[in-house]
Write a protein that binds this ligand. Structure first.
Ligand SMILES: [Zn+2]
Length: 282
């Protein structure tokens, strides 16, 4: 854990900056603390619990703390310290896996647009969630936590309801994108976040790219990769369907509802049917 004293009295502390992230950080001011995101870094083969090795049933949090996968934080697990609130940006597991271990009294906030997916994920048993579930936040409505003002501002990402946060204290304006993208179906949402974040003292960002399959390395400098969009995914899928007889298997991430719908529409336009054997495995 590394703390970065900021001018005056705001303290910004990064708890994890992994890859893919599991990004977690806190903003502290005037005795209050805002914790942003609470997931597990997704690092198969590097994370102590991965590749099928799981924490012991009933001892999950203790095991995750013991190996450093969960941050050692006072006031959020065993009880509430009366000063920490947790803000979630989106449903991806590297931002949410630890939410279920939060003490029931810890104030928990997440974007209202995430609720449909959150409740479906919880009801299906795909991901356990804290009880009570927390408070959905309307987009762009500021919430004050002591002298810390937190405003959710939606961004585009590859699942519904992703948001960034604008965080203002008396001496700091921080913009956190959450996880975002520019190549998706709602790039204007990400652009609107960027506009709202204009003038921030600190920008914390995480993003995803859409890359073509890796080409064989060529001698000399590689040319820049072409930029792909979600529309290119549908076009590529359509041409694959047109050139293939019989079964086509697609590896889908079910929380990416827009892409599932896109591929279903492309399949239907090709006279095929998209069959999902399991709604939320993956
Ligand atoms: Zn994400």
């Amino acid at each position: 854990m590394v703390g970065f004293p900021m001018p005056a009295s705001t303290l910004l502390t990064f708890l994890n900056t992994g890859n893919p992230t599991g990004l977690k950080f806190t903003v502290e001011h005037g005795g209050r603390r805002a914790l942003f995101d609470f997931g597990l870094e997704h690092a198969p083969g590097r994370a102590p619990f991965s590749m099928g090795l799981e924490p012991r049933p009933g001892r999950e949090l203790a095991d995750l703390l013991a190996v450093g996968s969960a941050p050692r934080l006072d006031g959020v697990y065993e009880g509430w310290d009366g000063r920490t609130a947790v803000f979630i940006t989106h449903m991806h597991l590297d931002h949410t896996s630890l939410v279920r271990f939060l003490h029931p009294q810890v104030p928990l906030f997440y974007p209202a647009a995430m609720e449909d997916l959150r409740s479906a994920v919880e009801a299906s048993g795909y991901l356990a969630w804290r009880r009570p579930a927390g408070t959905p936040l309307p987009d762009r409505r500021p919430l004050t936590w002591g002298e810390i003002e937190v405003t959710p501002v939606s961004v585009d990402h590859d699942l519904p309801g992703a948001t960034g946060y604008l965080v203002r204290t008396p001496d700091l304006f921080l913009a956190y994108t959450g996880d975002h993208r520019w190549h998706g179906l709602h790039a204007e949402s990400t652009a609107a976040f960027a506009e709202a974040a204009r003038g921030a003292d600190v920008l914390v960002q995480e993003g995803v790219l859409l890359e073509p399959p890796a080409a064989a390395p060529a001698a000399g400098a590689l040319p820049p990769l072409p930029r792909l969009s979600e529309h290119d995914v549908a076009l590529g899928f359509g041409s694959l369907l047109a050139s293939t007889r019989g079964l086509v298997v697609a590896n889908l991430y079910p929380m990416n509802r827009e892409r599932v719908a896109l591929l279903a529409g492309t399949a239907a336009a090709s006279g095929r049917r998209l069959f999902c054997p399991s709604a939320l495995n993956g």
